[in-house]
Design a protein around this ligand. Structure first.
Ligand code: FES
Length: 114
């Protein structure tokens, strides 16, 4: 079960606010989520780098659909969340859905919220 958080009123509004290759960080119930817009689509991953905690939202996206950490430049595939350069790190990924009333990101409910 997911909690769905509205991030923009429409896909067009999202693309106007997060231009191609850019990211924006949202904070939902204490969970920081990095939304990235690439040529392959819109993706949501945890903002905190699993290596040493940097904000991935301060990094940048590549043409290979990766997000690059601003500190040590580890790269993560935005679709799978997996590191693409040797390490075993992986990011949590979150679903994004366009609905008639906006664009939403889904965060899995904690077991105690079920
Ligand atoms: S903190 Fe992100 S790669 Fe080191």
């Amino acid at each position: 079960m997911y909690h769905w958080f509205k991030i923009y009123d429409s896909l067009e509004a999202l693309k106007n606010n997060i231009t191609l290759g850019k990211t924006v960080v949202f904070n939902f119930k204490g969970e920081k989520i990095c939304i990235a817009h690439t040529a392959d689509g819109i993706f949501a991953v945890q903002d905190k780098c699993p290596h040493n905690g940097a904000s991935l939202g301060s990094g940048f996206c590549t043409e290979e659909n990766e997000i690059v950490c601003p500190i040590h430049r580890y790269k993560f595939n935005l679709k799978s969340g997996k590191a693409t350069a040797g390490s075993g790190y992986a990011l949590n990924t979150f679903p994004i859905e366009e609905k008639s009333n906006g664009v939403f990101v889904g965060i899995k409910a904690k077991w105690w919220e079920l």
